[in-house]
Design a protein around this ligand. Structure first.
Ligand SMILES: C[S@@+](CC[C@H](N)C(=O)[O-])C[C@H]1O[C@@H](n2cnc3c(N)ncnc32)[C@H](O)[C@@H]1O
Length: 118
């Protein structure tokens, strides 16, 4: 098991080295401790999801998938636009295990198109 702050580029690099090759799936359940201020919590989780997306774009194999926890709240526009560009399909999913009163949901992106041509 690797532990570290994912916002530190060295952490992502350690994970990448441990995976050792193209990944089938990157799944982020990261969430910063809740402040109780919905807009702040939303922005913080979207920032983590964007970090995870950048990592996924660097390590996924073509056809791979990306799943990340986000909170419903409206500031996901840039993230969703980027995902729709990079993946064939993007949708939201709320698993049965997620409490109905929780704003958490998951963005599920499948069919990674592969890294942009150099
Ligand atoms: C909802 S919990 C996930 C629990 C996890 N699915 C489990 O079963 O243990 C959110 C997790 O995100 C982690 N987290 C928040 N910010 C992070 C960051 N910058 N880097 C790495 N992990 C982070 C927290 O430490 C916490 O464990």
């Amino acid at each position: 098991m690797l532990q570290g702050d994912f916002r530190d580029p060295a952490t992502a690099e350690r994970i990448r080295a441990a995976v050792g090759g193209p990944a089938d799936l990157v799944l982020s359940d990261m969430a910063a401790p809740a402040t109780g201020h919905a807009a702040t919590d939303h922005l913080r989780i979207v920032a983590l999801a964007e970090e995870a997306f950048a990592f996924a774009a660097a390590v996924l194999r073509p056809g791979g998938a990306f799943v990340a926890k986000v909170f419903q709240g409206g500031a996901e526009g840039d993230l969703l636009a980027g995902l729709k560009h990079a993946f064939a399909a993007v949708r939201h999913a709320k698993p049965a295990a997620s409490r109905a009163e929780s704003a958490e949901t998951y963005v599920v992106a499948t069919g990674f198109r592969g890294p942009p041509a150099a």
